[in-house]
Design a protein around this ligand. Structure first.
Ligand code: PEP
Ligand code: MG
Length: 735
């Protein structure tokens, strides 16, 4: 049985927390062939309260386990881990329901008589608890709303003003996901002014009611359709993202509210808009971070309903279009991907929200933070989205359009040209073999890496599943995720980087999250030192995924030998805890050199590990004092800065003195010009974004490395970037 599928069905059919818990405990009890399954949840006073209990077998005389059940629930609450109790009359298995390390409930499975719950049973219950987090929390939204009082009605915005309507306009935002797209605008957000004119179009209440019901039904079907597409194309866990949409669409209080507004003379559009807006405001008042995050879902739902009610038959779908919206809920990105949208432009959001991370993983070009975009654009307007430079051009003139179209055609042509290099091994024109690896973050990157001819994975960023979901992935889920890498690269190498949370890779909420502002402080392995269990679980999952195959673990953000040794000892401890044939005896250990302190210590570090990998993204950030998230600083992030070149040279010398290889996995390795410099400095491998691999192979095949190598000693004596660049320009490396 796939428990996630069953939970998904429960959410689709049961529309309140009690019903969801009743159904879930029944399904889970049956799955364990247990006599009973009970769900406890924390109430608002912090008490663990029994909320549902389903018996899947007839209760007998020895069903006197109520006290034992409560007592084990309290023990699990204190220990926050899976716990079993076995006696002659009663056997209990209990697991915490944790949302980002915070306990929200406990699930208890009970069997009469003696039963030894296996390690597999314990893992299964832990996995089910993770899947329950989203279901329970979404249902709590409805609960929370039903308890809140009503708010004053919303004042709608003034009518649209269209400055420079019809003329080309360039808007700037944040370059969130690179890539260029040209297409027509489609709005996910229906603008308030369109709704405001609703009353003028109002039909008799009965007709408006019918319009509202039709829109609700169509939206429900939309959500179910997207949900099954997501389950098919991604996985069922991602499909649970839509659980709160369905719950809200069935919420009797919301439906009644819409109905009453229509009875009082509102059009269907105005009734839906104001009812959903009031809901958003109510959610805003609930002091719960998770519920706050769901405001995006309500916003998304409002837009979907309004799209149907205002333009029921001709509602533009996303396929082949550029989607304009004010926020980016992950559900929207997933839907865009399944419908084949071209690009995304938003008014809010930076470069690291959940939605942007998902868009990046799915290769949807995006520009975020474009102020005035919704005010200045109409549905159907032509747009150019340049996600590489953070530019959106509205209603481009024929000239601009042909410039971008030429550029796009050129890029396409080059892509076809580059594709010829996918399957050849990388080498320079003078015959130097180059090892080209890929940087990956999600499963689809692995396919890209393989298709583009990567020789392995030089940097596997493992943070994504931790950032995206509400509960941390369990050991089993992680194992499943990491195993995928071996499906694509069975012989390796795959360098799995342990969790590097914090800075730009922050996770929302919870104590294990690291902080958004923690570029200089509480991030990466420092966070893991406070939560060694998280690291131990990750290492075990990596070992289980690798099995007998080679395992390679990359440690980020090392600043001292003490830190390195501490991480190594937690890794060794985790592996020692594992017994049996699957235990990994000696994984390869690598260290990322990405802070100046690690450059100083590179030779010492290299002696204690198997390989080094230079992370130039962070190394440049910390050395040149340029925030990698701030587009105003981008021009200062210059790899030709002599300090950076000299640092790389020192790291290479340190690694080679210890007889260890050194690679580069920062973004600059993707640039053909700089790749030549890195190779000339003695770097042994380059790890790059998968799609640039063919292009890089082609560029390398056209250049001779030897002249660049010969120029390097002199280049390293130069003290300013412009002299470095002109010295390198004068090198004749063409064959
Ligand atoms: C780096 O810092 O260069 C690197 C590759 O790591 P990340 O970009 O994931 O911080
Ligand atoms: Mg880094």
């Amino acid at each position: 049985m796939n428990v996630t599928t069953e939970l998904l069905e429960i959410v689709q059919q049961a529309h309140s927390l009690p019903r969801i818990l009743d159904a879930a405990t029944r399904v889970i009890g049956e799955w364990f062939r247990a006599d009973n399954c009970s769900a406890f949840l924390l109430d608002e006073h912090g008490n663990l309260v029994l909320r549902a209990s389903a018996a899947s077998a007839p209760r007998g005389a020895d069903d006197a386990g109520v006290e034992e059940i409560s007592s084990i629930a309290q023990r699990v609450r204190a220990a926050q881990r899976v716990t079993t109790v076995t006696s002659r009359d009663l056997s209990l298995l209990a697991a915490p329901i944790l949302r980002r390390d915070n306990l929200i409930g406990v699930l208890v499975v009970q069997s009469g008589g003696r039963r030894e719950f296996s390690v597999r049973d314990q893992d299964d219950l832990a996995t089910i608890c993770v899947q329950l987090v989203g279901v329970v929390e979404n249902a709590r939204i409805v609960d929370a709303l039903d308890r809140e009082g009503s708010l004053p009605p919303r004042v709608t915005a003034p009518p649209l003003v269209q400055p420079n309507e019809g003329r080309e306009r360039t808007l700037r935002g944040i370059a969130a996901v690179p890539g260029v797209a040209i297409g027509k605008a489609v709005f996910r957000v229906v603008q308030a002014p369109e709704v405001a004119i609703g009353p003028e179009l109002r039909a008799p209440p009965e007709a408006e009611r019918a319009r509202a019901s039709a829109a609700i039904e169509k939206t429900r079907n939309d959500v179910l359709r997207v949900q099954s597409a997501v389950a098919r194309e991604l996985d069922e866990d991602h499909a649970l993202i839509f659980a709160s949409h369905l719950l809200l669409l069935h919420d009797p209080i919301l439906l009644k509210d819409i109905d009453q507004r229509i009875a009082q003379g509102s059009s269907a559009a105005l009734a839906i808009d104001s009812a959903l807006h009031e809901l958003e405001s109510k959610l805003g008042l609930v002091a719960d971070a998770y519920i706050q995050e769901r405001v995006d879902d309500v916003d998304d739902l409002r837009s979907r309903l309004l799209s149907h009610v205002l333009d029921a038959d001709s509602r533009a779908r996303f396929g082949g279009r550029i989607v304009l919206t004010n926020r980016i809920p992950p559900s929207l990105v997933v839907e865009m991907k399944t419908e084949g949208a071209l690009a995304l432009v938003t008014e809010k959001g930076g470069a690291t929200s959940h939605g942007v991370l998902l868009a990046r993983a799915m290769g949807i070009p995006a520009v975020t933070g474009v102020i005035d975009m919704l005010e200045s654009t109409r549905p159907g307007d032509q747009l150019i989205v340049d996600g590489t430079h953070g530019v959106v051009i509205l209603r481009p003139t024929a000239d601009t359009l042909s410039r971008y179209e030429e550029q796009r055609a050129r890029i396409e042509g080059l892509r076809t040209e580059h594709a010829k290099f996918r399957d050849v091994l990388a080498h320079t024109a003078d015959g130097v073999r180059v090892s080209l690896l890929a940087n990956v973050a999600v499963a689809s990157d692995l396919r890209d890496a393989q298709e583009n001819g990567a020789e392995g994975v030089g940097l596997y960023r493992t943070e994504f599943p931790f950032i995206l979901r509400d509960g941390f992935p369990t050991l089993r889920e992680q194992t499943k995720i990491y195993k995928k890498a071996y499906e694509f690269f069975p012989e390796g190498p795959v360098h799995f980087r342990i969790l590097d949370l914090g800075g730009d890779k922050f996770a929302l909420g919870g104590p294990v999250s690291g902080s958004r502002d923690a570029f200089h402080g509480y991030r990466s392995i420092r966070v893991l030192f406070d939560h060694p269990n998280v690291l131990r679980d990750q290492v075990k999952a990596l070992a289980l995924a690798a099995g007998k195959r080679p395992l390679s673990i990359l440690i980020p953000m090392v600043t001292s030998m003490e830190e390195l040794r501490r991480v190594k000892s937690i890794i060794a401890q985790a592996l020692a805890d594992m017994n049996g044939a699957e235990a990994q005896k000696a994984p390869k250990i690598g260290v990322m050199i990405e802070v100046p302190a690690a450059v100083e210590l590179a030779a010492d570090i290299a002696r204690e590990v198997d390989f080094l990998s230079i992370g130039t993204n962070d190394l440049m950030q910390y050395t040149l004092v340029v925030d990698r998230e701030d587009s105003r600083m981008a021009h200062l992030s210059d790899p030709y800065h002599p300090a950076i070149l000299r640092m790389i040279a020192r790291v290479v010398a340190g690694a080679h003195a210890a007889g260890k290889p050194v690679g580069v996995c920062g973004e600059v390795a993707s640039r053909p010009d700089f790749a030549m410099v890195l190779l000339a400095l003695g770097v042994d491998s380059l790890s790059v974004v998968p799609r640039v691999i063919p292009e890089l192979k082609q560029a390398l095949a056209r250049a001779r490395l030897e002249p660049v190598r010969r120029a390097m000693p002199r280049v390293l004596t130069l003290s300013d970037a412009s002299s470095v660049v002109s010295a390198l320009r004068s090198v004749r490396f063409a064959p």
